[in-house]
Design a protein around this ligand. Sequence first.
Ligand code: ADP
Ligand code: ASP
Ligand code: MG
Length: 406
Amino acid sequence: MALIVQKFGGTSVANPEKIKAVAKRVLGYKKQGNDMVVVLSAMAGETNRFVDLANQMQAIPDPREMDVLLSSGEQVTVALFAMAVKEMGYDAVSLLGDQVKIVTDRMHTKARIKSIDAELIRGHLAAGKVVVVAGFQGVTEERDITTLGRGGSDTTAVALAAALNADQCDIFTDVDGVYTTDPNICDSACKIDRITYDEMLELASLGAKVLDIRSVGIAKRYKVPVHVRSTFSENEGTWVVEEKKKMESMLITGVTYNKNEARITVAKVPDQPGTATKIFKPISDAGINVDMIIQNTRGSEMTDMTFTVPRTDYKRAMAIVEKTAAEIGAEGVSGATDIVKVSIVGVGMRNNAGIATTMFETLSNEGINIMMIATSEIKISCVIEEKYTELAVRSLHKAFNLDAAA
Ligand code: ADP
Ligand code: ASP
Ligand code: MG
């Protein structure tokens, strides 16, 4: 008998029929004698619908109220799921983040989990119930509701698996596992059978949304074996593990893209010590992550500063930067949200010269202009126009021989 945490994403619980099918599948594991903890997302599309509603109320929605709104989708699915289980003759209990004491910091809409009290869940499991926990939500010490950032139900599941010392954490989704790139935009993407926590961290950090990056960080720290697999098939998925059996590292693990990107340019900034701090400190104080930064010099006294922020923080970041630009006497601020960051990722590229050149050539052969570049030992990222996402991903996948990786 094992303790299994299973998370089902939005498309897996998109309507009553699917919720019933998932309940039946979970009961299959329960009948084998396992203790089952289920973590659910909101029905597909619900969280986006809430974001649209909020944008109709306030130009920049209040973060605390946003979390009260965003967390409501998961409340619906857990209650419906518990009803479905009961209808099938088994006992279940739905629980919200507050009840499970998933305590987070106060960073609304992207809060971090500080602690989880697993006692309540253990009690319900001992009483034979299927425990159904709302994903994506937590509560501050002041008892305000928080959410963990988009895709955060994965993090709830892995954090619960760690807190409960579960034997396994299954992440059920709408694809068969982790692929060399998004299988929904590249037909030749190949499923990866086993991937290390570190490789998965890289893929997730650069946009492979099949697993939320924070869930991978927690899985690594607490050594939780994670199995990413499809709700709609019985196929074996991808195991995210500490070490691969055969340490035959590929040159490139995968190609990723991240559309949650926006560009901001501050034009004609006085080129003086302290300017970068004046621009970037207020942004980081607002909890907004700046990713790529480039500076182009215009003669000796002026410089243009261009950087990227998450598209979801774009309006807030623009408001802050416009204020700073006026204060420091910059000429003006412009920005764009129709960009995407495309990356190639792989620990194997560490000692391989020429990889960047292949990437740039591949994009240029397709007529795609590169706006920004960032490199590290194990990744190269290029910012390009969003409309070229599919073309760029497919051509890079081919250029690095990933089409034949299986
Ligand atoms: P869920 O709602 O189940 O959490 P998500 O939409 O968050 O599902 O994540 C699954 C999606 O991730 C897939 O439908 C796929 O389009 C996308 N994806 C992006 N990169 C990858 C990748 N490398 N491997 C598999 N899926 C990927
Ligand atoms: N419902 C949330 C979202 O759409 C959390 C999740 O699905 O993981 O981002
Ligand atoms: Mg997800």
